[in-house]
Ligand binder design. Structure first.
Ligand code: AMP
Length: 365
C-alpha cells in the first residue's frame, strides 16, 4: 500500500522502529517531543530504545506473525539498524509504509551493491573488486595493489569483518579470516580526513542537508565528530552535492548519512552510506534548530522538513566502554551536554553515551 495511504501522519500517530539501540532511543525522544508514539521491534530485551518507547515487540526479525501484529499497531515504519533482514522489511512494506523503503536498505546493506550504485550515478569511491574465493582475491590484489582492505560485503560495522592487506599479508589467511564468499577488496585511501553529510529527504522530495562534519575514529569506531569540518568551501559544497544526489537517486524518504574520505589532493570519495540517523549527527541535537532525529520524524510522517541551520559549532565525543564512567565529571562540566543510552553492561568498544560541547558558531555556514 505504501504511499497510497494518507500522506501526512499527524501527531498522535505511531512510528514503528526496527532496531532498538541508541539511535532508536533518540528517534523516540524526538518523536515524543512532537507528540508521536513509538513502538520498537527487535530481538533483545530492555533495550535503549524500548526503555523510552510506548510499546515494544520482542521477537525474531523473521517472525512473520510478530511482524503482522507490529504492522497492525503502527502507522509508519522506519529503521535505526541496517542489519535487519531485507525480506522482513519487504514483508512489512506490503502492510504498512516503510520509510526509507526496502530497496534503499538492500543497497546500503551490501557493500558491492552500494559501490556499484554509487559509481553508476557518477559518485567516486575507492577502487574495488568483488571477492568470492582465493583466486578472485589474488586477481583483485593484482589489479588494485597493496595496501588494500578486504571487507565482508554484508553485516559488517565499526570495522568488524575487515582485514587490512599490507605488503606482507598472506592472502589465503586474509581470505579465511573474512569467513565469507561475498566480500569486497578496496584500495587503500590515503585520506587527509574523514567527513560525513546527513541529508533529510521528505515525502515530497524536498531535501535539507546538515553541514559536513569531520569524523575521527579510534580502533575503527567513531570517537569524535567536529562540526563543521575544517574543509575548503568547495569541498564542503561537493560533499553536500554527493549526499543529495545519492538520496535522490535512491528515492530516500527519511535520512541518508554519507561517509566520505577527503584525499590529500582534495578529492571526495564515498566510503559508505547509511539510510538512518548516524552517530556523526548526534551533535545536531544540541547545536541545530532541528536535530537529525526530529528531521527523520518529519520526513517519514510527511511533515515539512525543518531547518538544518546550526546555532553553534560543536564537538561530539562518544563515550565508549569505560569512558562512560566519567559521567559525574561530565555532568559537572559547565556547557557539556551529556547523553546516556541506558545500557547496563559496559563492554569494550560499546557505545554507552556521548557528550557534546558547543562553541560559538563560525562562518561560513
Ligand atoms: P567502514 O566500516 O567501511 O566504515 O570502515 C571503518 C574505518 O576504517 C573507516 O572509517 C576508515 O577509518 C577505515 N577505512 C575503511 N576503508 C578504508 C580504505 N579503503 N582506506 C583507508 N581507510 C579505510
Amino acid at each position: 500500500m505504501s504511499d497510497a495511504a494518507p500522506q501526512r501522519l499527524d501527531p498522535g500517530s505511531t512510528i514503528g522502529i526496527l532496531g532498538d539501540g541508541q539511535l532508536g532511543r533518540m528517534i523516540a525522544l524526538a518523536a515524543a517531543k512532537l507528540g508521536y508514539r513509538c513502538h520498537t521491534f527487535a530481538d533483545t530485551p530492555d533495550s535503549p530504545a524500548a526503555q523510552v518507547c510506548a510499546a515494544s515487540t520482542l521477537a525474531d526479525y523473521r517472525d512473520t506473525a510478530a511482524l503482522d501484529r507490529f504492522a497492525e499497531a503502527v502507522d509508519v515504519v522506519t529503521l535505526e539498524f541496517e542489519n535487519v533482514p531485507e525480506e522482513s522489511v519487504r514483508y512489512l512494506a506490503g502492510r504498512v509504509p516503510v520509510r526509507p523503503g526496502p530497496s534503499v536498505l538492500a543497497v546500503a546493506q551490501d557493500r558491492m551493491l552500494e559501490k556499484n550504485f554509487l559509481n553508476g550515478i557518477g559518485i567516486a569511491t575507492a577502487p574495488y573488486a568483488h571477492v568470492t574465493d582465493l583466486p578472485s582475491l589474488e586477481a583483485a590484489v593484482a589489479r588494485i595493489g597493496r595496501p588494500a582492505v578486504l571487507k565482508t560485503a554484508k553485516f559488517g560495522y565499526d570495522g568488524k569483518g575487515q582485514v587490512t592487506i599490507g605488503p606482507e599479508t598472506d592472502l589465503a589467511a586474509a581470505f579465511a579470516e573474512t569467513k565469507t564468499d561475498h566480500a569486497v577488496l578496496e584500495g587503500w585511501v590515503d585520506y587527509a580526513l574523514e567527513i560525513s553529510v546527513i541529508v533529510g529527504r521528505g515525502l515530497d522530495g524536498a531535501m535539507a542537508a546538515y553541514v559536513p562534519v569531520e569524523n575521527r575514529h579510534v580502533n575503527h569506531i567513531l570517537d569524535t565528530t567536529i562540526a563543521p569540518a575544517g574543509i575548503a568551501p568547495g569541498i564542503a559544497a561537493r560533499a553536500g552535492e554527493i549526499a543529495r544526489k545519492a538520496a535522490e537517486a535512491l528515492n530516500v524518504v527519511g535520512l541518508l548519512a554519507v561517509e566520505m574520505f577527503v584525499t590529500l589532493d582534495g578529492e571526495v570519495l564515498v566510503n559508505e552510506i547509511a539510510p538512518r540517523p548516524h552517530n556523526s549527527g548526534h551533535w545536531t541535537i544540541d547545536a541545530c534548530d532541528v536535530s537529525q532525529f526530529q528531521q527523520l520524524v518529519r520526513a517519514i510522517c510527511g511533515l515539512p522538513l525543518g531547518s538544518t541551520e546550526r546555532h553553534s559549532d560543536a564537538e561530539m565525543k562518544n563515550l565508549i566502554g569505560d569512558e562512560v564512567l566519567q559521567w559525574p565529571a561530565l555532568l559537572a562540566e559547565p556547557g557539556a551536554r551529556l547523553h546516556l543510552y541506558g545500557k547496563t553492561a559496559i563492554r569494550p568498544g560499546r557505545k554507552m553515551g556521548h557528550v557534546t560541547r558547543l562553541r560559538p558558531r563560525s562562518n561560513p555556514a
